[in-house]
Design a protein around this ligand. Structure first.
Ligand code: UDP
Ligand code: MG
Length: 320
């Protein structure tokens, strides 16, 4: 029987402090799983530091390493897609470069893969070092998103997961511009298995997340999977018009029976301000979706590759 091949995909952005350590841990792991053929696909997401030379040096020692060098920093979501596109294995495992996720878990993932699961993902048991407010808002966010979109989004599941060929081929076909991969895993379906792990501290370097990326991702999550906000704003519109109609009748009858009076300034102001606010919010919601449509219609490639180093050769490539 042919040996099964597993690609380990590592998207990285300025991770010079940890790459070598990561490689050593992964290398040890591959020795323990001698039933499989491993290769490593490092995806450079526009690093400015010494990360690329470090990977190239590792590659000289170990021919299983390939390096996909993207043309700039596109963000982890896109870097992961590039990794999925270029992975050659029968399955792949996505892992962060910073060793917060224990590589040893890959063994367990492989076991479940052997038992027929297509998507084996690891969930952080406890989110240490996060404030109560962040925990609360994030759990609320996922509850709303899940209810609104009707697809399973597993809140604490990150991108540390094994995907088999079926998942890989499915995900490759979803080429939306503003990706929210967490939802895509659920959307494509297939047989899923959940595992748990304790997240470690970063092995070195600093986190690459900014509050704005988190906000963007949260917004993308909603606009990619549900049009419910549009429906809600339409419904509010109906209710408000109905109430306004009744109030109009009251004012009309009052005026006819009791004669016109110039009072009513407060109700006028309240009406104008309240309705004005509602209109702006609805416009904003429409704008969010329109923005998405605009981005998608441009139909741009999702990323460009500067160079692909693999085996003994390096290839300069253009569009993928
Ligand atoms: N990363 C990336 N591109 C980015 C930001 C992050 O490829 O624009 C990589 C990063 O190098 C790491 C992984 O994504 O391998 C997770 O990032 P990080 O550890 O900073 O996120 P956190 O664990 O703090 O959520
Ligand atoms: Mg991390």
């Amino acid at each position: 029987m042919r040996m099964k091949r597993l690609t380990i995909v590592i998207p990285f952005f300025n991770e010079e402090m940890v790459l070598e350590q990561l490689y050593n841990r992964l290398e040890r792991l591959t020795k323990q799983c001698s039933k499989y053929r491993f290769d490593f696909l490092f995806v450079n997401d526009g690093s400015q530091d010494q990360s690329v030379p470090i990977v190239l040096k590792l590659k000289e020692k170990d021919s299983r390493i390939a390096l996909l060098d993207l043309s700039r920093n596109y963000g982890k979501e896109t870097a992961m897609l590039a990794g999925i596109d270029y992975a050659k294995g029968d399955a792949l495992v996505i892992i962060d470069a910073d060793l917060q996720q224990p590589p040893e878990m890959i063994k367990e993932m492989i076991n479940w893969w052997e038992q027929g699961y297509s998507d084996v993902y690891a969930v952080r048991k406890e989110r240490r070092g996060e404030s109560a407010l962040k925990k609360l808002t994030s759990s609320l966010y996922y509850k709303i998103l899940q209810k609104a979109s009707n697809i399973n989004i597993y809140p604490h599941a990150g991108d540390f997961r094994l995907l088999d060929r079926k998942m890989i081929n499915a995900l490759k076909q979803l080429r939306e511009q503003e990706r929210y991969t967490k939802g895509l895993y659920g959307w494509v379906g297939f047989k899923k298995k959940e595992l748990f792990y304790d997240a470690d501290e970063r092995a070195g370097g600093t986190t690459k997340w900014r509050a704005t990326t988190l906000m963007n991702l949260a917004m993308n999550g909603i606009t990619s999977y549900t049009t419910l906000p549009l429906r809600i704003s339409a419904m509010i519109g109906v209710v408000v018009s109905f109430v306004a109609f009744i109030y109009m009748m009251i004012v009309l009858i009052q005026t006819l029976l009791l004669g016109a009076s110039v009072s009513g300034y407060p109700s006028l102001m309240i009406g104008i301000l309240f309705l004005g606010g509602l209109q702006l919010i609805s416009l904003g919601i429409i704008g969010e979706y329109l923005g998405r449509v605009f981005n998608e219609t441009k139909n741009r490639p999702l990323y460009f590759v500067n160079e692909y180093y693999q085996g003994n050769s390096s290839m300069k490539e253009g569009v993928v």
